[in-house]
Design a protein around this ligand. Structure first.
Ligand SMILES: Nc1ncnc2c1ncn2[C@@H]1O[C@H](COP(=O)(O)OP(=O)(O)OP(=O)(O)O)[C@@H](O)[C@H]1O
Length: 330
């Protein structure tokens, strides 16, 4: 498949992306280990392929940096950081870890568990606003992921519905640590007019301004996602990047949307999550965990299921059926 690389950079970065060619090169690189099954999706930085392990038949997602980005030092560094920090974060049920990183035949790749399911942005586009219970349950799961990343000294810095994946068991998982940073290093992200690092709709005021960011910046993004899950509308919208940024920097969010009246505790919760000043937000995920626990008695099981396409690559059930038929006829 040929498509255009969507995100920033040079004329070379706008060259057509030949995912068939990348899949063919991967098939050679991984020849003895994985079978390349199909393209899963294309992002601004990378394309993702479904592969199957040749021995145990487990499925994995291989993410390949767009070849045109390899020569852009900042994008290559971002991809490498995604691999290193993603590997650090293995072991939490709400985080998609990175299992392996590598470079071969000029392709930079990382290997992750394949999460059969749907991204939160697709889910919201498909089903519209979510119930109060589901929204709080998802927020709780994501906050638990943040608690884990925070305990490892990692700040995500790009929490957005497109980086949250719903698996077939109703769990929401955080992916894409390409903009993440280690909290012990003072981090500022320089503002840029053309290629904004992060997803502007969910970006904290301090991140927009290029100030120091810490875990409270991720909690702000989580607040913007909670607002959107409840109302079906982005909290800070706008027609241009400048308008969106201005909305984050001006404290005029009214919280008057009728769906926010579902519970009296929701407005103060959102006000604290989305406070303009980090000093007025929850100090950390533990504080948010307490607030969420007070808000509702947690439902045991989420009610949401992703829209999943049938497993085209699996032929096992058909073989078993024909065997049964043969036995019956003999
Ligand atoms: N582990 C995974 N399992 C299944 N699908 C995945 C996995 N990781 C990524 N994907 C899918 O692959 C597609 C491209 O991935 P992603 O959006 O992370 O690329 P990206 O270039 O890093 O993103 P961005 O545009 O935010 O820079 C998305 O549709 C995503 O849902």
């Amino acid at each position: 498949m040929k498509t255009l690389i969507r995100k920033p950079g040079t004329a070379r970065a706008n060259a057509p992306l030949d995912t068939r060619e990348i899949a063919a090169r991967l098939a050679i690189i991984f020849a003895g280990r994985y079978q390349v099954l199909r393209l899963v999706g294309i992002g601004g930085m990378a394309s993702v392929y479904l592969v199957r392990h040749r021995i145990h038949h487990g499925h994995f997602a291989v993410k390949v940096l767009h070849p045109a980005h390899v020569e852009q030092a900042d994008l290559l560094a971002r991809f490498r950081r995604e691999g290193l920090l993603g590997a650090r974060l293995a072991g939490h049920p709400n985080i998609v870890p990175v299992l392996d990183v590598g470079e071969a035949d000029g392709l930079h790749y990382l290997v992750m568990p394949y999460i059969r399911g749907e991204d939160l942005d697709h889910l919201l586009a498909r089903v519209g606003p979510l119930s109060f219970e589901d929204s709080i349950l998802i927020t709780t799961q994501l906050n638990e992921a943040l608690l884990y990343t925070w305990s490892k000294g990692v700040i995500h810095c790009d929490l957005a519905p497109g980086n949250i994946r719903l698996n077939e068991f109703g769990q929401f998982l955080l992916v894409d640590f390409g903009l993440a940073s280690l909290s012990r290093h003072s981090r500022t992200i320089p503002p840029s007019r053309t290629s904004h690092p992060g997803t502007p709709l969910y970006m904290s005021p301090e991140q927009i301004l290029g100030d120091h960011v810490d875990i409270r910046s991720d909690l702000y993004a989580l607040g913007a996602i909670l607002y959107e899950m409840l109302t079906g509308k982005a909290a800070f919208h706008g027609n241009t990047l400048q308008e969106i940024e201005q909305n984050h920097l001006t404290p005029k969010l009214s919280f008057s949307h009728p769906r926010l009246a579902a519970h009296p505790g929701i407005k103060p919760l959102l006000q604290t999550l989305l406070a303009l000043s980090p000093a007025q937000r929850f100090t950390d995920p533990i504080a948010l965990q307490h607030a969420l626990a007070h808000l509702v008695a947690r439902p045991a099981q989420p009610s949401l299921r992703p829209e999943i396409e049938p497993e085209r690559e699996s032929t096992a059930p058909r073989r078993r059926l024909s065997f049964i038929k043969e036995k019956a006829q003999s």
